[in-house]
Design a protein around this ligand. Structure first.
Ligand SMILES: [Mn+2]
Length: 298
């Protein structure tokens, strides 16, 4: 597996700390964009995150460490799908993630549209059969298919529920869904924390604790960047008002990292806007914060 050097890798790290044989963390880039429903550009997400990461500090003032030098972070060369999509593309991603998990790497997958997430989730589920999945998202993504395509970004969690028991799916920040998705959540006992419930204080200050309580001991996080509020994250294809804000999101990640074991995560749906780089930087910094949260105590 070829890795990217200092000029292009996550955080801009020298080979001594970004070489795959020594790094504990591996970054997978899946620039997959195929089922755009509104705004496009997610195919440029991974490279925009890697570019912006060069302006993220190595030292994290909150977690008080330089995780990149303590653990090492290798950035794998972006997957080339050769213009192919759907099952073929997902198999490519899944194979790469599975290989890295077999080498005991902590794997971060960068999208790309949300469709890609079923691949790393399946690979993690194989390794961790008790896995819980936390989905941060504006949308439930539980439609059986969307615009006739079962591999749509709007159907990704329906694909995940083909192998993950529905009670182990926890969704937070949801603020757009169709009746079919609503009925599925009710019927199958999916634990969904809606944006309006969070914002209107239905759970009081403790909504984050309720999310934590819903999760089992081993957690995979699939983070659709549109789960964040468009005021802090405008660069995404289907923005929805009423989303999560920065500090509460980082607090939630920190709580999960403290009380559960985060075994892997992905960040998807960043659609960079030409000339507007701060959302790309936010996404890069979020990856750094999530890594720090995942490595609390280890
Ligand atoms: Mn999504």
């Amino acid at each position: 597996m070829k890795t990217l050097g200092l000029e292009d890798n996550f955080l801009g790290i020298e080979e001594s700390h970004s070489d795959i044989n020594h790094a504990a963390i591996a970054i997978v880039s899946a620039p997959y964009e195929h089922t755009v429903s509104y705004g496009g550009g997610t195919g440029r997400g991974p490279s925009a995150i890697l570019d912006a990461s060069h302006y993220v500090e190595f030292w994290d003032e909150e977690f008080r460490r330089e995780l990149c030098f303590e653990k090492g972070i290798a950035t794998i060369e972006p997957i080339d799908f050769g213009g192919r999509s759907d099952a073929y593309a997902l198999a490519r991603i899944e194979t790469q993630v599975r290989d890295l998990l077999a080498r005991d790497k902590f794997v971060v997958t960068l999208g790309g549209e949300h469709t890609i997430s079923s691949a790393p989730i399946r690979a993690h589920f194989e390794k961790y059969p008790n896995l819980s999945v936390l989905q941060i998202d504006a949308h439930s993504d539980l439609r059986e298919e969307y615009e006739g395509n079962p591999f749509s970004h709007a159907s990704v969690m329906a694909r995940v529920l083909e192998f993950l028991p529905p009670q182990r799916l926890v969704q937070a920040g949801i603020r757009a869904q169709c009746r079919e998705e609503h009925e599925r959540i009710e019927r199958e006992g999916i634990q969904t924390f809606f944006g309006w419930e969070i914002r209107q204080g239905v759970y009081g200050q403790s909504w984050k604790e309720r999310v934590l309580d819903a999760l089992g001991p081993e957690v995979y996080i699939t983070f659709d960047i549109d789960g964040l509020d468009p005021s802090i994250m405008p660069s995404t294809g289907t923005p929805e008002p009423g989303g999560l804000l920065w500090d509460e999101t980082i607090q939630l990640m920190k709580m999960i990292g403290t009380h559960r074991r985060i075994v892997g995560f992905d960040l998807v749906e960043l659609a960079p806007v030409e000339g507007v780089t701060w959302p790309d930087f936010l996404a890069a910094k979020l990856v750094g914060k999530m890594l720090n949260a995942a490595f609390i105590g280890r």
